[in-house]
Ligand binder design. Sequence first.
Ligand code: SF4
Length: 420
Amino acid sequence: MPSPGHRSTSLRYIEDCCPRALDHYEAGVPYDRDVFQVGVAAHAVIEMVGKYPDQPREELAQQVAVALCTTGRSFEGEPEGPLRPQAATAGRDLALRFLAAHELSPSAKFEHGLAVDREWRPVPYDSPAVYYRAAIDMLEVVEETDEDGYATTTIVTTDWKSAWPTSPDELETLQLHGQAAVALAHYPDAQVLRRRAANLRTLAIFEADVYLDDSGLAQVATWRKDIDLLIAVAEHRSEDGTRPARAGATCIGCPYVSRCEPARTWLRGSLLDATPEAVATRLAVADAVRRELWEQAKELCGEGPVSIPGGEVGFLTVRERKPRPDIGEVLALAWFGAADPTTWREANHSTDQWIGLLQTLAIGVGSAEQVAKLLFPSGKGRDWRPLREALVSQCVVSQPATKFSIAKHSTPKEEANDEV
Ligand code: SF4
């Protein structure tokens, strides 16, 4: 780890994955960080615009984008490689769009580092005594006096989020709780802590206040305890000096799954170990690896399908079956055996209402097949197969679509079976 102490990014590995993931992080095990690049660029642009409000904004943003995709940036003292130009420009534009909608406070501090020691006392960000620290995207100290002359100091911590799904839930994350708790240590005389999460995509800003009376202070104390607990887990090591690995569903989304030895051990594990727990764990790890490879392959096979033994992988043209718009009505007519829709409608006055209901339920292809099976059950000597097929084809349309997939070339035997 480049600097002493813990921060939300490192503790999140314990929350979202397992303690061994933090070992991988600290050891600098490489993983695909492309997904963060747009956000990195947007943060950098907002920081510079905030720090130099008198400079022409577009020019400043362009300079930041150029620097990011030529020399790269350094994070917490560690140099990082240059960004992809597409990511830098996307981040630049995201930031400018957000800034056009939301002015930054001229008195705010940007990318402001605050740290505490083990007793949650304020210490300099680079102190060897740092226990927990937070780099706050935007920090403001707002002094207000109401008409009765009562003065209030509000500490506002704002976090920029470039993920589309950012919602008010973000306010209750370890990261934002940690920012508020560290801010309180540095501004103990404040009356209010306001934590904010800004969605750079939707331009929405979510916020929540803690009034620092007894109940508010107890709330912040709970957040500190939550962080203390995660730090205790982070500081616990096995006899061999590593943190414990807990392979399983924890591996899904872990950025180290392809390079993690405990996860690989599960994949290589003896197939004779067929206890329910062993098979379930192996399946979860395999699924985690599959998901990671799937995303990686999508990225790498974008230029065209790649031939592999027995088939190909990539964006392939496939036939896709979709429900027709009137699927609900077709199935209803078939179900009630209504040969003539007009007569049937006249005889059943509520028909339109519950056909409307069926349409609203978004009946899928599988449901049409299920109804066809029930109406035309298989049996010797009956013409159930063409009847089923006719009903399904009335409900379903087959059209070409491009889908990322793995195609296995048919063997002559399989082709022969297909024709049966
Ligand atoms: S891959 Fe699984 S076992 Fe390995 S660090 Fe990640 S969560 Fe832990």
